[in-house]
Design a protein around this ligand. Structure first.
Ligand code: SF4
Length: 400
């Protein structure tokens, strides 16, 4: 076991860790802050566009950055990694360069620009929050809100904003002393104390730890350093402990394999279902799509109609039944188009997609908010979830 002398500052500790008995002396906290800030200066990710000023330089201490740019990024980062977010963020800033342009945009346009990022309720709640903030804080119809909220309560009162997002906006935009606890930070802190619990079971304690360690005189850099440390050094697997600025007092480092922290929660098997999808074409070559209800998973997105296969039902029978129930139409199931596996957080689905011929009945939105016949070439104008985007690609290739 490798133990640094600095660990004598962490008192009353059992192995593996007991988070409640953990105490960091003031001297140790000072050392940790200093080491992290020095590492950040030399090794941090200093090219994240929303963390820079308009001229591309780093902000000075206490200097305000664009709240809107940071807010966009923080919402995108809620369930998505930085490298995935970057191109979406760049495209987003071109489409909606200001909070006003975003708040005034049509919801379908918003969803279209969110397409590919998943968790679409984020976009809809963000849009609702932008409308609220531009309504309450704007002095002129042409300018950014003149007064952005700088207190936690005002941010938490907005739709789609939890403590992590609110603190991150306040820290990044205003250099305000709010602790962070995103995925990277949870991992670093869990390892620092070799927490014996999965992170979801000790969130309250990790928040306290993040707050205790925070350098309140340099909070923006400290928080960014902590996130960058998680992204570049204290990675999920193969953490680079030998170059870590915190290895002198990291308890996980004292174990042979620090990557066993954070302790993984017990894995639950996700339910699996097969869904039959009908890509219905009429005699004019138009294809039928429907828009999901706003409340619920993928709310407001468009899709091809279909539904869950029942026991001892052939998939073609599923499609005929579902289209009758969902849209009140009769179809003939024809050619197989594509089979796709897709995982959601709560279930796994295999989509079996067939081309269908419309036979009878005017389509009605019996289980959706709208139905439309559209030209296949116009499908790109509607926001579809990721799995449907692959079906569109297969359809267009088939039609060619
Ligand atoms: S020493 Fe290793 S496990 Fe500990 S914080 Fe650094 S990289 Fe992570």
């Amino acid at each position: 076991m490798v133990l640094s002398v600095k660990l004598v500052d962490v008192v009353g500790r059992q192995f593996p860790g007991d988070i409640h008995s953990l105490h960091f002396s003031n001297e140790l906290k000072k050392d940790l802050r200093k080491a992290l800030l020095e590492w950040f200066e030399n090794n941090g990710r200093h090219d994240i566009p929303w963390k820079l000023k308009e001229n591309g330089s780093r902000p000075n201490k206490g200097e305000q950055l664009s709240v809107y740019k940071i807010w966009v990024a923080e919402v995108m980062l809620q369930q998505t990694q930085l490298q995935v977010v970057l191109p979406f963020w760049n495209k987003w800033m071109k489409a909606f360069p200001s909070i006003i342009s975003f708040a005034n945009a049509d919801e379908q346009e918003v969803l279209l620009h969110w397409q590919g990022l998943g968790y679409y309720s984020r976009a809809r709640r963000f849009h609702a929050a932008a409308k609220i903030i531009t309504k309450t804080n704007r002095s002129s119809v042409f300018t950014e809100p003149v007064v952005w909220p700088q207190d936690l309560e005002s941010w938490l009162a907005l739709p789609g904003i939890g403590r992590t997002t609110a603190n991150s906006i306040l820290s990044s935009a205003f250099d305000a002393p709010f602790p962070l606890l995103d995925g990277n930070v949870k991992r670093v802190l869990s390892r620092l104390i070799a927490s014996p619990q999965p992170t979801k079971d000790c969130l309250k304690d990790l928040w306290v730890l993040s707050e205790n360690l925070l350098d309140r005189d340099n909070s923006r850099n400290f928080n960014q350093g902590l996130m960058d440390l998680g992204a570049k050094v204290c990675r999920p697997s193969n953490p680079k402990c030998s170059i870590c600025p915190w290895h002198f007092s990291c308890l996980a480092y004292s174990f042979d394999n620090p990557a066993i922290f954070p302790v993984k929660p017990e894995k639950k098997e996700l339910p699996f279902e097969v869904v039959g999808i009908g890509v219905v074409l009429n005699q004019d070559g138009y294809v039928l799509i429907d828009q999901r209800l706003n409340n619920g998973l993928l709310g407001g997105m468009w899709e091809f109609p279909g539904g869950k296969q029942e026991k001892s039902e052939a998939i073609q029978e599923t499609i005929v039944r579902e289209l009758q129930e969902e849209l009140g139409i009769e179809v003939a199931v024809e050619q197989f188009l594509i089979s796709l596996n897709h995982s959601y957080t709560h279930k796994k689905i295999r989509f079996e997609v067939y081309l269908c011929k419309w036979i009878h009945g005017e389509p009605k939105p019996l289980a959706s908010q709208k139905v439309l016949w559209v030209k296949p070439s116009a499908l790109c104008k509607y926001p579809f979830p990721a799995a449907n985007a692959k079906m569109i690609k297969a359809l267009l290739e088939f039609l060619q």
